[in-house]
Design a protein around this ligand. Structure first.
Ligand code: TXD
Length: 324
């Protein structure tokens, strides 16, 4: 079987770490692209020299030429600037929007049949813009964020309960921002619903509220430590989980930003939004609708409203201006 070709646009912290994970897991051959001359070539060479040690036979090539992504099976877009302490994700819209527009056009030209994963912030708006300019079909483009937000929520719950992370099941849905919605009603700790544990007094509602706040501010907490740059190990692991599910038809159910088209979760607008999706060899094979309580429905709609507002702003800058 021929090896899959995976293009990674942006060879910074996330791009480089995704490349390393893909090689170590032997998922495919890589084109590592960056706008900065030498950056992707240097990282690619360094990673290739892991091959005798890690025993992989896959190739990785660093590039500054978009034609190298020709015919890629997967394109991962990580290019852009990151937040600095005190910034929110939407502050990146203008700068990253221009980058995404350009990359979208290149995907359309060189890799129109690829499965595309967008990482760049502000995530839900960037994936929407990327689809507009790449013309990738609804089932073959996702934004990675919910897996990361959910991983943060599960990690904090695991630390609180002192039990294995593998026995904590939860979802964080909605937009990748302060309005994300950790679903308490469906969180399950080793077979018991979280709501039940709260009712029984095993954990207080206040502690859970603190965990929710920490989850929502999870990215900012890391930025404040790092001062320069943002989280990249967990975002990279999350992205590679999507890649494995697609390439190996694993049909994992993963919370990702996907195009809402048929009123799922009562959302009337057609927009990219964080919901659980089944990812297999056909791309997005299903959107899974998890029952929500009244408050969760309200919170999710609030998140939709914020994304809509950002999308309107982004459309005004990057799309409507084209027809003027
Ligand atoms: O959950 C999520 N989706 C996220 C998203 C979690 C964490 C970080 N998230 C966002 O990912 C973050 O806010 C940024 O928008 C992206 C990339 O984060 P990363 O940490 O990898 O940033 P780096 O290390 O600064 O790398 C960005 C690279 C860098 O090498 C630039 O030279 C390159 O992008 N870059 C470009 N490459 C190609 N083409 C263009 N135009 C370009 N501009 C910059």
């Amino acid at each position: 079987m021929s090896k899959k070709k995976i293009a990674i646009i942006g060879s910074g912290n996330i791009g480089g770490t995704i490349a390393q994970l893909i090689l170590f897991k032997k998922l495919g051959n890589i084109i590592l692209f960056d706008i900065i001359q030498g950056k992707s070539q240097g990282k690619a060479l360094d990673l290739l020299q892991c091959s005798p040690i890690e025993e992989f036979n896959n190739t990785i090539i660093g590039s500054n030429d978009y034609s190298d992504i020709q015919g890629s099976d997967i394109v991962v877009v990580t290019a852009g600037i990151t937040r600095k302490p005190g910034m929110n994700r939407n502050d990146l819209l203008l700068y990253n929007g221009n980058i995404i527009k350009n990359i979208g056009e290149k995907i359309r030209k060189y890799a129109p049949n690829a499965f595309v994963i967008c990482i760049t912030n502000p995530l839900d708006t960037m994936v929407s813009l990327l689809q507009h300019f790449s013309q990738i079909s609804d089932k073959k483009i996702v934004g990675m964020a919910g897996i990361l937000d959910t991983a943060r929520f599960r990690t904090f719950l695991s630390l609180e309960f002192h039990i294995s992370i593998t026995q904590i099941h939860a979802y964080v849905l909605g937009g990748h921002g302060d309005t994300m919605v950790p679903l308490i009603s469906s969180t399950n700790i080793a077979g018991q619903s979280l709501n039940n544990l709260i009712k029984k007094g095993i954990i207080s509602r206040k502690k859970i509220d603190n965990i929710i706040t920490r989850t929502k501010k999870g990215g900012g907490e890391i930025i404040n430590f790092l001062k320069k740059g943002s989280a990249f190990y967990a975002p990279s692991s999350a992205t590679v989980q999507i890649i494995e599910s697609y390439l190996e038809d694993k049909k994992y159910i993963l919370p990702c930003s996907a195009k809402i088209r048929k009123g799922e979760y009562g959302i009337k607008n057609k927009l990219f939004f964080g919901v659980p999706i089944c990812i297999g060899s056909k791309g997005i094979e299903q959107i899974i609708e998890i029952p929500l309580n009244k408050q969760e429905k309200i919170d999710l709609q609030r998140s939709v409203d914020i994304i809509r507002k950002n999308n309107v702003e982004s459309d005004k800058i990057f799309i409507k201006s084209l027809s003027n």
